[in-house]
Design a protein around this ligand. Structure first.
Ligand SMILES: Nc1ncnc2c1ncn2[C@@H]1O[C@H](COP(=O)(O)OP(=O)(O)OP(=O)(O)O)[C@@H](O)[C@H]1O
Ligand SMILES: [Mg+2]
Length: 468
């Protein structure tokens, strides 16, 4: 190959084109985005299923509908839904405030508002759920079994505003930072009082803001995560001290993904929740109700909450049988199933794609230098060996997460050794040391069995049978 380092590689800006070796999946992925179909991706770990799902989301237009939940004066426990489209846009009245750049506020504030990456500390648009620079998940979901009881304490995935304090003229005062597009508003006592007054008149809450991410991942950890909830208030809807039900309505992933992509890794792990997912897909809406029977939220229900998403799901081949048949047929009936490639032919064009992948990993990591020609050859060789070892074919492996780890380790080595580029030696060392523990143990002790005995401080009896 006439390429002397990964620095020479042009990385496509289209996330779809960054997915290598999965041409059919990428082609279908484009259709899925354009025609709003569903997609089931089947294949082994590290072949790009999550990456493709995010790439599909990036091809979608921004959400056009803002969804509000309104107080229902006749029946407070049946709040109403209102959908505002671009033509009937609600003009949000917000007090004028000082606008700051995301790098002018404290780091923790910029993180909570979705600007600053927790991993690489770079600033990117809060509309993207993953960091543009390092790919880290910017909005960690902190949700647990008792979330229903944590009124107002639960940590949402992306916060609209952050409360904190500052010292002014020797006194501590409460201030609030609020996200406004790509700026951050600083609200002091004066603006906050004004805002409270405005809100009292309005009696609605924005359930799904216009500026929401196009990509929502659901894990199926809980029903409320997927389907939403109405939070508990110990005083119920008591007119004087309770909070009105509409203020306690929380959307689920099926709602948050409205107009976007709902990505579910390991679809089968949803278990019985698959049934609800199926209903949401059929109706394109799903009611939100309090899911904890003992909470005051359980008497509240909001009907007709929109949930019109593109389902992109991933599964391993062995788990296909655990997917609810009607759900699967729903996906096939209005979408596609794709088996991911595990390897590709070893030819000039594909080797170039592989090098593009090396460059992408390096640039995305942001902390490691480029690879020189020798390092590239060494990594390509590793990709060949893996294809042979795992698939038993001659070609280049597409289980790319395997390679990704080795590239980063080689990069870290190059940095600590003060090298300007990753060379052959670093790659060799990384490949030898980024192997799974099982493999390392086999080399150190001769077998997994001996290694496990060593763990107990025992020596293998001579002549004993070998199991590992
Ligand atoms: N086809 C690909 N093209 C480019 N990079 C890839 C590809 N597949 C994997 N990668 C790299 O490996 C990383 C892991 O891939 P990804 O998370 O998409 O795998 P996955 O198929 O979802 O795996 P899992 O089943 O473990 O969730 C990606 O962030 C990317 O860096
Ligand atoms: Mg994945």
């Amino acid at each position: 190959m006439d390429i002397s380092s990964t620095a020479e590689v042009r990385i496509p800006s289209d996330p779809m084109l960054q997915v290598i070796g999965q041409d059919e999946a990428v082609k279908i992925g484009r259709l899925v985005g354009k025609q709003r179909r569903n997609l089931l991706l089947v294949g082994p770990p590290g072949t790009g299923k999550s990456m493709l799902a995010q790439a599909i989301a990036s091809t979608l237009p921004k959400p056009k509908q803002e969804v509000l939940v309104l107080h229902n004066p006749e029946k407070p426990e049946r709040p109403l839904i209102q959908i505002n489209t671009s033509t009937s846009r609600r003009i949000e009245k917000k007090p004028v405030a000082e606008l700051l750049d995301p790098n002018m506020v404290p780091a923790f504030v910029a993180e909570k508002l979705g600007f600053r990456c927790r991993r690489c500390a770079k600033i990117s648009s809060p509309d993207a759920s993953t960091c543009f620079f390092c790919g880290a998940d910017k909005y960690r979901k902190v949700r647990g079994p008792f979330e229903d009881l944590l009124v107002g304490v639960g940590v949402p995935d992306r916060e609209e505003r952050v409360h904190t304090t500052r010292f002014r003229d020797g006194r501590e005062e409460l201030i609030v930072f609020e996200r406004r597009g790509d700026k951050i508003a600083l609200l002091t006592q004066k603006e906050l009082a004004k805002m409270a007054e405005m809100q009292q008149k309005a009696q609605f809450k924005v359930l799904l803001p216009l500026s929401r991410p196009n990509f929502v991942q659901a894990t199926g950890a809980s029903e409320t995560e997927l389907l939403g909830d109405v939070r508990h208030d110990p005083y119920g809807s008591h007119p004087a001290i309770g909070s009105l039900p509409y203020t306690r309505v929380v959307p689920g992933a099926v709602h948050e993904a409205h107009e976007g992509v709902l990505f579910i890794d390991e679809l089968s792990s949803l278990g019985r929740l698959q049934r609800y997912l199926l209903t949401a897909m059929q109706e394109k809406k799903y009611p939100i109700s309090g899911r904890n029977q003992t909470s005051t939220g359980s008497s509240v229900r909001v009907d007709g909450v929109p949930a019109d998403f593109i389902l992109v799901a991933a599964a391993n081949i062995n788990d296909l049988s655990h997917i609810l048949p009607p759900l699967r047929s729903r996906i096939i009936g209005n979408g596609y199933e794709i088996l991911m490639n595990t390897h590709m032919e070893d030819n000039e064009a594909n080797r170039m794609k592989m090098v593009q992948f090396f460059a992408q990993e390096i640039v995305r990591d942001g902390r490691i230098p480029h690879m020189d020609g020798g390092a590239i050859e060494e990594m390509l060789d590793f990709a060949r060996r893996k294809a042979k070892e795992i698939e038993g074919v001659s070609g280049l492996t597409l289980r790319l997460r395997l390679l990704s780890g080795a590239i980063k380790m080689a990069g870290d080595l190059a940095i600590t050794e003060g090298k300007e580029m990753i060379g052959k030696d670093e790659v060799r060392f990384a490949i030898a040391n980024s192997r799974p523990i099982e493999e390392q143990a086999r080399e150190k002790y001769g077998s997994w069995f001996k290694a496990s005995l060593a763990d107990y401080g025992m020596k293998k009896e001579s002549g004993g049978s070998e199991v590992g």
